[in-house]
Design a protein. Sequence first.
Length: 339
Amino acid sequence: MKAFVTVSPKNILCKDLEKPIITDTKDVLIKVKAVGICGSDVHIYHGDLQKVKYPIIMGHEITGTVEDIGSNVSKIKIGDRVTIDQIESCGNCYACRIGRFNACSDLKVRGVYIDGGHREYIVVNEKYIHKIPDNIDLIDAVMIEPFTIAFHTVNRAKIKNDDIVFVLGAGSLGRSIIKAASLITKNIIAADISDDKLKEAINLGTKYTINTKNENLLEKVNEYTDMSGANVSIDAIGIADSLNDLIDISSNAGRIVVMGYPNELSKISMYKITYKELDIIGSRIQYGQFENVINSVESGQLNLSKMISHRFNFNDIDKAFKLFDDKNNDIKKAVLIFE
């Protein structure tokens, strides 16, 4: 089996590994078709994501077809088109016991802490597998996993249809959050430094945009909200200064959702949090959102087509990651494909 192993930062080797086999009666063998490249993959590639141990097979936005199943697999059959949940949890810790499996104290994230999908075959327990309907393209379906994160963020924010939602960052993550939020409210403000990304944000459901390179963030949010501020503010860039910005532009009794992993400390005003009585909410990966996303795509609420900008054969994996090093603003989503 061909596998692409990240043996150290910026060093991906193609290796011939043993094809994985079914060892548990609930195991499913999947032939990988496509894997999306996520921001966390880029961080692993550069060696700046904490707790990652090399060598690692990256990749968690995975689609493929079922080649074999264990004797007790009941919901999946050979030939099914599938995607894979990116997390595995212990089921026993406090977070798991209250149903928040993504915050498990022994969380295993595929492609980050355990080997992922940069290989021709992968074996996964049936409970982590979700069927892809026939009307969804198997390559476009790599976008299902990113949208589970967006749906989880929207759920954590408790967005309502009359909320004013502000999204900081209109990159791949920000755009998926904007689209997920637009299924609930039409009052969305997006901010970024790229006019092209902001134009795309408009297409996805944003009402107002702010280019922070040449516009004052607080002034424009006040203008668009009649001085009340945003009821929900979501950080989709994750830099140290962004939380302070969100605190400033949030309304009284607002909710702020943070998602990033900056290494730098954030210096924030506790006074403003207390004075406005803000809720600061962490959002990590997702739980229980795959079927919600798949149902939204199948019903036509969510359209995954035209969201992938770059497609690479797996043999060109180095070219794919170089695309991010080149700071290419044309990137929506890059996908690696096994032909």
